[in-house]
Design a protein around this ligand. Structure first.
Ligand code: PXG
Length: 289
């Protein structure tokens, strides 16, 4: 396996960064999780735009242009001969001393690209739908660590994930401190009822999959709404599903013990998943192996 590390494609064994890297010491950096389908990197430009926004807020200069970053992702996929895969792109602040002050870092961020195979949720979950719960750990406040930042500090989500798995569930719904639905630990949340597809508007990552689903829904003439969402609305939705790069679109049939709709993946959910699969066949940056 070849890993992209600061401009070079190196063997996995040699892909190493220092223990003084502030990504390791403090979670100081940003990342993206990207997918390729049959030699097309899905919405690569959008992922790179989001990464650069995260880095802009963190005041980390990757010392590469967006075009160079796109080329580096494609080069990594080609070097590993991966047609269908998962790409993890990480930019950390780089080496510094043991203090958290970024000014004492050396201004050389580490840029890492790993291209690997993707492991999906089991296929039965897509057919039967998932059962999930809301958890006590609240979503980071936007003025603390904005959920729109895809930062290397994922502990907020990891704590919520632990709460879900401790209770025997695969995914957790996280609420904002005022109780409104925010998102899951690695997915956005959607509900459908009375012809309207809704997703929370704030307190969440602006998911690339989420945006793609909103676009598809508009094309299907489904009304879409981004606003506040309570647990009551979620429990009484006709359909519910989660979206994310890893999960794509996965139906949810029970939340906190409440059956959603008739307890089976809904027709709109299934149609959107179908259309999403079609989209992955024509969207994105094409490359030849
Ligand atoms: N919310 C959060 C908190 C996420 O981390 C999403 C929503 C969905 O966003 P996208 O852009 O993927 O539609 C994410 C994405 C992993 C993994 O390894 C996590 C994500 C994506 C890919 C892999 O657990 N999270």
């Amino acid at each position: 396996m070849k890993i992209y590390l600061n401009g070079k494609l190196v063997d996995k064994e040699n892909a190493k960064v220092s223990v003084f890297d502030h990504g390791f010491l403090y979670g100081d950096g940003g990342f993206e999780g990207i997918r390729s389908y049959d030699s097309r990197v899905f919405r690569l430009k959008e992922h790179i735009d989001r990464l650069f926004e995260t880095l802009h807020t963190l005041m980390i200069d990757p010392r590469m242009t967006k075009k160079e970053m796109i080329d580096a992702v494609v080069a990594t996929l080609k070097a590993n001969k991966i047609k269908d895969g998962y790409i993890r792109l990480v930019v950390s602040r780089g080496d510094g001393d043991l203090g958290l002050d970024p000014r004492k870092c050396f201004g050389k961020p580490n840029v890492i690209i790993i291209a690997d195979k993707i492991v999906l949720y089991p296929v039965q979950l897509y057919q039967k739908g998932m059962e999930i719960i809301t958890v006590p750990t609240v979503k980071n406040h936007p003025n603390a660590l904005n959920p729109q930042l895809k930062s290397l500090n994922y502990l907020n989500n990891i704590l919520a994930k632990m709460e879900a798995s401790h209770c025997g569930y695969n995914e957790a719904i996280m609420l904002e401190e005022n109780g409104y639905i925010a998102e899951c630990t690695g997915d956005n949340v959607f509900i459908y009822k009375n012809g309207v597809l809704s997703t929370p508007h704030l307190g969440r990552l602006k998911g690339i999959t989420c945006e793609a689903i909103l676009e598809l829904a508009r094309k299907m003439k489904i009304k879409v709404s981004e606003g506040y969402m309570t647990r009551h609305e979620l429990y009484n939705a006709k359909e519910c599903f989660l979206t994310g790069t890893a999960a794509e679109l996965i139906p949810v049939v029970k939340v906190d013990g409440r059956l959603i709709g008739d307890g089976r993946p809904g027709a709109v959910t299934r149609k959107l998943l179908d259309n999403f699969h079609q989209l992955t066949k024509k969207d994105g940056v094409k490359y030849d192996l």
